[in-house]
Every structure is written in structure tokens, then in C-alpha cells.
Design a protein around this ligand. Structure first.
Ligand code: DGL
Length: 264
């Protein structure tokens, strides 16, 4: 198959990566997207780098079966701690969300950037290092916000409770001018996060930045789908396929087809 007609593989620990799938779809309407959510092993964000790498390798090998022209790692935790494991497992170029997110934030920041993500992402220091490479001397304050993931999955994304949680987590980020949403789930909580940090702080969504980077990579390598291409999505999960659809609709803001259950 000509590379331009091959699909883009998208991988996440669960449903959260659909925020990245949505951004890819908006930016690349002609591409065929194959999404794998490892719902049997989610969450990744609270696990060790070694375990996440092992899970990521298996997921990447599954996506390799589709002969993708590009693999997008939608999961911030995998992007932060296990990108080499994914790269080892597929022949295609691999794009994580950390580098594009850091590029967008470094380009926009004044002098002080906040980064929020899962414990694994923050502990890895990947965003902090990527920002320092782009803007040496830039002040970076990072904070893990583990409760945001279950809140987003529960659909508690606005009102008193998530706002209270956001205020508590983000209090120590005072003085930042830019905030990186370094987790697939956080765009759903953007409203309360913005309210907690105040209107002077710009929010950077890694999902949007990654879709831009994917489009640029396809163009650079001459492998973008022709206009009027498939524009279809195939969805796979490793557990609870029946609960995927309603959750997916919330993360994507539109209905999606049924996900197929697979074993890695
Ligand atoms: N997808 C993960 C991330 O972006 C969040 C959910 C999880 O912990 O697996 O880091």
C-alpha cells in the first residue's frame, strides 16, 4: 500500500486519547485513523516507567499490524516515559505529545510555565526537560493532579467539586503565565482549570499541538492522504468495549462507532 494511503495509528492507555484523536481528525480530515485504548490496563499514570514501557510495547506491536505510516502516542505518560519502547516496536515514525506540547508552550510563555499531568509524567521530568531545551532559563513549576483523571471519566467536569480540586492542586502554581495541560483528560476540565488559575494564564493543549506536528510531519515526508481520502476511524479497546461508546462521546464531543475488543 502506498504510504500516503496507510493509516495513522493512535495509542492511549484508555479513552482519554480520544481528545488527541479528535484534534487529529479536525486537522487531518482525510486520514484513516486506527485507535487503540488499553482499557484493560488503564490507568498508566500511576504506574512505574518499567511497567508502562512493557504495556506500551505490546500496544505498539498491535498497531504495527496495520502497517501505519505514523504512530501518534496520545498518552502523555507513555510519551514521557516509554517512547523508546514504542519506537522499538514499530517501523513507522513515532510522535508523542510531550515535544509538541513543549514547543507550543515555550513559544507562548512569558517567563514562568506550569505543567500538570499524571504522577508518572511529572515524576519523569520529560516536559520540564523539553521546555528547558527550548528555552534555557525558563522557570517551570510542575504538579501532578491525579484526581483529574477519574473526575473527567466520571463526567464531573464543572461545578463546585472539580473547581475545589483544581484550586487545591493549582494553588502552588501561582505566578505562572502559561499552563501545559499535560494529560489526555485535562482538556475536559479546561473550564475549571482556567477558573482556578485566572484569566491571565494561557492554557496549552498538547493534543492540538500534536495534531499540528503530525500534519507537518506527513507533509514533510510526502505521505499525507490525498484530499477526499478515507477519513475513517477504527477503534479498538482491550476491555469493556460496551462502556467505550458513551464515554467516547463525552471525550470526543460526538458519537463514535463501536469499539472492537482485542487482546494484546
Ligand atoms: N492517558 C494518560 C495520560 O495522558 C491519563 C490516563 C492514565 O493515567 O492512564 O497521561
Amino acid at each position: 500500500m502506498a504510504a500516503s494511503r496507510s493509516p495513522i495509528g493512535v495509542f492511549d492507555s484508555g479513552v482519554g486519547g480520544l481528545t488527541v484523536l479528535g484534534a487529529l481528525r479536525r486537522r487531518l480530515p482525510d486520514e484513516e485513523l486506527v485507535y487503540l485504548g488499553d482499557t484493560a490496563r488503564v490507568p498508566y499514570g500511576t504506574r512505574s516507567a518499567e511497567v508502562v514501557s512493557r504495556y506500551a510495547e505490546r500496544a505498539a506491536r498491535f498497531l504495527a499490524r496495520f502497517d501505519p505510516k505514523l504512530v501518534v502516542v496520545a498518552c502523555n505518560t507513555v510519551s514521557a516515559v516509554a517512547l523508546p519502547a514504542v519506537e522499538r516496536s514499530v517501523a513507522a515514525p513515532v510522535l508523542g505529545v510531550v515535544e509538541p506540547g513543549a514547543t507550543a508552550a515555550a513559544g507562548r510563555a512569558g517567563g514562568h510555565v506550569g505543567v500538570i499531568g499524571t504522577p508518572g509524567t511529572i515524576r519523569s521530568g520529560a516536559y520540564q526537560a523539553a521546555l528547558a531545551r527550548r528555552r534555557p532559563g525558563l522557570r517551570v513549576t510542575a504538579r501532578a493532579c491525579p484526581l483529574f483523571v477519574p473526575l473527567a471519566e466520571e463526567g464531573w467536569t464543572d461545578g463546585e467539586l472539580p473547581l475545589l480540586v483544581a484550586r487545591r492542586y493549582l494553588a502552588e502554581l501561582s505566578g505562572i503565565d502559561t499552563l501545559v495541560l499535560g494529560c489526555t483528560h485535562y482538556p475536559l476540565l479546561a473550564g475549571v482549570i482556567a477558573e482556578a488559575v485566572g484569566p491571565s494564564v494561557a492554557l496549552v493543549d498538547s493534543a492540538e499541538a500534536t495534531a499540528e506536528a503530525a500534519a507537518a510531519l506527513l507533509l514533510r515526508q510526502g505521505i499525507a492522504a490525498p484530499a477526499g481520502g478515507a477519513g475513517t476511524e477504527r477503534l479498538y479497546v482491550t476491555d469493556l468495549a460496551e462502556s467505550f461508546e458513551p464515554l467516547a462521546a463525552r471525550f470526543l464531543g460526538r458519537r463514535v462507532g463501536a469499539a472492537e475488543l482485542v487482546d494484546l
